[in-house]
Design a protein around this ligand. Structure first.
Ligand code: CA
Length: 225
């Protein structure tokens, strides 16, 4: 899941980035409304966490300019629980609201609801051959045995599985799994693919994660030779 966090309080921004990254999300941070607006318009996020009080351009203005062109789900953060603030935000097109201080678990639960709404038709499980990825439980299985994956490995596997049968370039993978501040070093993708392959393929009869020379990687079941 690709998330933009627009928050000027550095402590909160950092706390959110760490927490969401641990969940396997790819997180971009903006510390003011202008940078936030720029990223929100340029990049397609699965969800945006947007603080209402921001330097440069406030959260409502960012939301209004976003809503003129896109319907990316937005959850607004506000310091005050005032009905009129909430109404303003919802009128401007916010999908949800959280009042500070909030619990990280509550934010996470709401983010899940919002992104599920966006992906109404997505199943909670993806299958590739005998590999089963449970998106809600965030677990992967092959031949009924649980595969122990790190958050990043799980995110990488999910991206490949959502595009199963399609060749994914290293750049596309880097962009979807790592955030934009990540130095797009193809080697990092290579290393991650190697680790993932050691877990999802090596212990089993058949390989699912294939290298397409000069092009990238594809996750698919291929008939036994
Ligand atoms: Ca603020």
């Amino acid at each position: 899941m690709k998330i933009l966090v627009v928050e000027d309080e550095l402590k909160i921004a950092d706390y959110l980035r760490r927490g969401l990254t641990e969940q396997g999300c790819s997180v971009d941070l903006a510390h003011n409304g202008i940078d936030g607006q720029h990223l929100a318009l340029e990049i397609d996020y699965d969800v945006i966490v947007l603080d209402q009080m921001l330097p440069g351009l406030d959260g409502l203005a960012v939301l209004q300019s976003l809503r003129a062109v896109k319907d990316t789900p937005v959850i607004m953060l506000t310091a005050r629980d005032r009905v009129e603030d909430r109404v303003k935000g919802l009128r401007a097109g916010a999908d949800d609201y959280l009042v500070k201080p909030f619990s990280f678990l509550e934010l996470l639960a709401r983010l899940h609801v919002l992104t599920r709404r966006g992906r109404k038709h997505e199943a909670t499980q993806i299958r590739v051959g005998d590999l089963v990825i449970d998106l809600l439980a965030r677990k992967a299985f092959r031949e009924d045995s649980r595969i122990d994956l790190t958050a990043k490995e799980f995110a990488l596997l999910t991206v490949l599985a959502r595009h199963q049968g399609e060749i994914m370039s290293k750049t596309a993978i880097a962009e979807m799994v790592w955030d934009i501040n990540f130095d797009t070093n193809a080697n990092v993708v290579e290393v991650a693919i190697k680790r993932l392959r050691a877990k999802i393929d090596a212990p089993f009869q058949s390989g699912l994660l294939h290298t397409v020379r000069g092009m990238g990687y594809v996750l698919e079941e291929r008939p036994a030779r």
